[in-house]
Design a protein around this ligand. Structure first.
Ligand code: ADP
Length: 228
């Protein structure tokens, strides 16, 4: 098995004053291909945890290995590069550029990747949109798409760089039940294809899709055992 996420005694204290210990000595191992739901009340440390996993923030103490790389001592440039190669982000708000087509929105995610030539970017973007079931809407502007379709474009954008890990922050928070169901089914399919999926949610129904549920409370992680 390959480990994608490894937290060893990760702590994050915001300096304050007064200092806020938002993550307290967190140990966690997530293997490739797992689907993990993170739940917890408001203020429990979910955003801090997400920022840590996605390399948007660094631990105050402890170490974090992402896809086998100890991230603790990386330069900003190397962190950015590792993040770009390894993590795809999906947020509650879709953050699409309104005057660009679905294809352009997805291709834009690769604009800073000089290793992928322009023609190939369009091709990869088209493949990613086909994967989320939007191969027929590549020229559509976000305003002409439903919320669920916009979130699927955002998922295609997250997938286009072929990340190891899909990090989702309340991915169905802005969606009606039917659209949410489609987005969750898409995540199930990606997981079935071997993607490592980590979903932060306060929705128990979403959490139950995962193979594992981890609860954050007051900055501490607890694994919730699943009934057989
Ligand atoms: P959640 O996402 O579960 O609502 P957060 O990770 O945003 O929780 O916050 C965890 C704790 O850290 C809270 O007590 C919050 O007030 C505090 N916190 C979050 N960001 C900062 C910050 N930049 N500076 C100081 N305290 C913060």
């Amino acid at each position: 098995m390959t480990t994608v996420i490894e937290f060893r005694g990760v702590e994050r204290t915001y300096p304050g004053p007064p200092p806020v210990p938002a993550l307290k000595h967190c140990d966690l191992v997530v293997q490739r291909g797992e689907y993990v739901a993170i739940v917890g009340p408001s203020g429990s440390g979910k955003s801090t945890f997400l920022n840590m996993v996605g390399l948007l923030d660094a631990p105050t103490s402890g170490s974090y290995l992402l896809d086998g790389t100890d991230t603790t001592a990386l330069s900003d440039r190397d962190r950015t590069s590792l993040r770009g190669r390894t993590v795809g982000f999906v947020f509650q708000s879709f953050h699409l550029v309104p005057h660009r087509s679905a294809l352009e929105n997805v291709a834009l995610a690769m604009v800073y990747n000089r290793r992928v030539p322009r023609v190939q970017r369009a091709q990869q973007a088209e493949e990613a949109l086909a994967k989320v079931g939007l191969g027929h809407r590549i020229d559509a502007l976000p305003t002409t798409l439903s919320g669920g379709e916009q979130q699927r474009v955002a998922i295609a954008r997250a997938l286009v760089a072929r990340p190891q890990l899909l990090l989702c922050d309340e991915p169905t928070g802005n969606l009606d039940t039917a659209s949410a169901g489609k987005v969750l089914a898409l995540l199930d399919g990606l997981h079935a294809d071997g993607m490592t999926v980590l979903v932060i949610t306060h929705d128990r129904d979403v959490a139950e899709r995962g193979g594992r549920t981890i609860t954050i409370r007051d900055g501490s992680l607890t694994e919730t055992a699943r009934p057989l």
